[in-house]
Design a protein around this ligand. Structure first.
Ligand SMILES: C[S@@+](CC[C@H](N)C(=O)[O-])C[C@H]1O[C@@H](n2cnc3c(N)ncnc32)[C@H](O)[C@@H]1O
Length: 394
């Protein structure tokens, strides 16, 4: 283990009432995966950067008379290099191991976990509405995105919460704890951004699109305590877990199983609509539809804030190539393609006035406070310790 790996700060996750308890062996295996991932970032990634800048790029320039033109050309060169191949395979193996080790604890404790979720639902301050007739969008469930077994739509039987439990713990390990103990840095940063940027804005109703287990929903409950907060996703197991988790924390959220491209809410129903890391997991067809639905659902004067990772134009070609490794090695089919999309143009096409659409940087609420200045993913995941937000106003 290299000396820099300890730079990844290991805060304990939670606490909240749905956290899966790992036994001693499972904890040891989870810690191995966390350390393995930290090792890749700290000790392997710098070598990949050095190899490109000091070996692969100069050699190419000598032969071609110009530097590689774009991330595709860099990819062609780097995939021939043994060090990069080794890195790509380490990444993939670490990701598959991550889910395996978390799944062990879930499978061992599932009946108890299902019962915990059921009991939480009985004393609900928010609500949960599932729609078994909803047809789940193929782009979202046709592949196990980021290699999560069963995918977002996974449903193992009555009351199942496996997908939710898996995502919650898996994301914490993936992010090496750097999204905060509640995995809520993106939502927390976006909510803070809205309050700082629009201090007089008092939303009555808020909608979070693609909420998964509510990591990014709950910061909006805290930031706007007077608002009625709704959150939607397509996965029933995710939503059961999200609801029970929110209830265990005493947060009132109305979760429902709906497709963000066509919801059943009335026109102009929400003052604030938000999404966090939803866009890079939507298809080229779904993204414009989600923006059109956002336009329909916003009340006049309403604001939408969509947080995601930065577009390619915000970084150099090498970091584009590194960031795009998720597309190739982590079952993220829309990751690279989404970054080529002009979200501002799409928002205007969806109905927003050009002067009311902008890309902004939302400073990281958790990471800045905790003193982190490291990217936890290949390339610049949140450069400058900030998240990219698309802000559209009606
Ligand atoms: C990366 S996760 C979002 C994470 C979550 N917003 C957070 O910040 O923790 C993407 C989520 O979007 C959901 N999703 C994808 N397409 C959707 C759609 N058309 N309607 C609703 N949810 C969708 C997936 O099921 C998945 O739970």
């Amino acid at each position: 283990m290299g000396s820099q790996s300890n730079a990844f700060f290991a805060v304990p996750q939670g606490p909240h009432g749905m956290l899966v308890e790992a036994d001693r062996d499972e904890r040891a295996r989870q810690e191995f995966v966390r350390s393995f991932k930290a090792f890749i970032q700290s000790d392997v990634v710098p070598g990949i950067h050095a190899t490109y800048h000091h070996e692969v790029k100069p050699l190419f320039e000598r032969r071609a008379g110009h530097p590689p033109r774009d991330r595709h050309e860099i990819r062609e060169l780097m995939t021939q290099h043994p060090l990069f191949r080794n890195y790509a395979s380490l990444q993939r193996v670490s990701q598959e191991l991550l889910w395996d080790v978390v799944l062990d604890s879930i499978e061992r404790t599932l009946p108890e976990l299902v019962e915990r979720a059921r009991l939480r639902g009985k004393t609900s301050c928010g609500s949960l509405t599932l729609d078994p007739a909803l047809s789940l969008p193929k782009y979202a469930v046709g592949v196990d995105i980021h290699c999560m077994p069963g995918g977002y739509g996974g449903e193992g039987g009555p009351g199942d919460v496996t997908a939710g439990a898996l995502y919650d713990r898996g994301v914490y390990l993936y992010a090496l704890g750097m999204m905060g103990p509640m995995n809520d840095d993106i939502g927390g940063s976006a909510a803070k951004f809205v309050r700082d940027r629009f201090p007089d804005f008092k939303p009555r109703r808020i909608l979070d699109l693609g909420c998964t287990v509510g990591h990014s929903t709950l910061p909006f409950v805290d930031a706007f305590p007077q608002a009625e907060v709704h959150a939607i996703d397509i996965g029933p197991s995710l939503l059961r877990y999200a609801h029970a988790r929110a209830e265990s924390l005493g947060k009132r959220v109305h979760f429902s199983q709906q497709d963000a491209t066509a919801t059943n809410f009335p026109d102009g129903h929400f003052d604030l609509i938000t999404s966090s890391i939803l866009f890079h997991e939507t298809s080229a067809k779904a993204l414009p539809a989600i923006l059109r639905e956002t336009w329909r659902l916003l009340a006049p004067g309403g604001i939408a804030v969509h947080g995601d990772l930065p577009p390619f134009w915000a970084m150099d070609e090498f970091n584009q190539f590194m960031l795009d490794c998720e597309t190739w090695y982590n079952n993220e089919p829309y990751w690279g393609a989404m970054r080529e999309v002009d979200q501002v143009a799409l928002s205007i096409k969806a109905g927003f006035a050009p002067e009311k659409v902008e890309f902004c940087m939302a400073p990281s609420a958790y990471r800045a406070a905790a003193g982190h200045d490291r990217s936890f993913e290949a390339g610049e995941f949140a450069p400058g310790n900030a998240w990219q937000v698309l802000v559209t106003r009606k």
